[in-house]
Design a protein around this ligand. Sequence first.
Ligand SMILES: Cc1ncc(C[n+]2csc(CCOP(=O)(O)OP(=O)(O)O)c2C)c(N)n1
Ligand code: SF4
Length: 302
Amino acid sequence: MRHYQIPAVELLGPGHLACPGCGAAVGMRLALKALGKKTILVIPACCWSIVPGAFPHSAIDVPIYNTAFETGGAAAAGIVAALDILGDEETTVVTWAGDGGTFDIGIQSLSGAAERNDNFIYICNDNEAYMNTGIQRSSATPYLAWTTTTPAGNPKERPKKNMLEIMADHRIPYVASVTIAYPEDMIRKIRKAKSIYGTKFIHLLSPCPPGWRIPSEKVVHVSRLAVRARVFPLLEIEDGERYTVNVHPDAIPVREYLKAQGRFSHLTEEQIDEIQSNVDREWRRLLKRTQFSSAVFDVARR
Ligand SMILES: Cc1ncc(C[n+]2csc(CCOP(=O)(O)OP(=O)(O)O)c2C)c(N)n1
Ligand code: SF4
């Protein structure tokens, strides 16, 4: 019988205020299992400013510092400095921010913290739009996806920003992508991030039932399709240059991923073909980087 390596500890309790089936609630539950009790969460404005519940109630059993939208990196850096002064070497500081709060409005303070290599984990909970304020486009929204600011007749015409590589290019020690359909991979990577000194960036893909127009019970299925269709590769980048692809997917057609979601229901066959060729190009680009980095490190090891 297979034994899953999922810790039993539960730090996200019942009674939280996420929508039924929220992928990010599964993500938070898994992240807290990996992080453990000695954690301080920094949460800039996003769904998670609401989800734990109104003070003094909290469904999350670790301290939370709710902060302004653009300050996820700076607020964490301040808390890390305060813990240093107190001589606390045990507590892990973790920013949990949405894609709007990361890819767009929080990128300056995150970049500043990463440039200083401040010692914390930054988890970007990417549901590919500003969900808390009503499903508006962010720079994480995929090409041609429907949102309330990219209606079907006027879709998003730019690709999703490659935040993982932007962060890797800061030469921080650890960058990784995770999703809830691969919980053991996610827990291993967050634990690894916890064991490394410096700025660690974790990119978590979290399907959102109302925003992606999917049934609540399909969030894990759709997360898995994202990986299998190579839309969201699971990888690690160490010190900005060592690339590892953790799951080599069976490369199902991107169509299967798109057709599972109402936000892509307006796409024509030509548009689906175009998205497929974009995904194929990005995958080839990723493999080239992976092969290049292993070739360089093979030479270095000789
Ligand atoms: C400076 C500033 N601008 C706008 C807002 C309003 N606001 C609060 S949450 C939010 C959306 C957050 O989106 P995202 O970061 O993607 O997180 P999600 O809600 O999807 O979890 C916005 C626009 C704000 N709080 N502060
Ligand atoms: S809007 Fe989406 S991300 Fe926000 S709580 Fe609801 S399901 Fe979760």
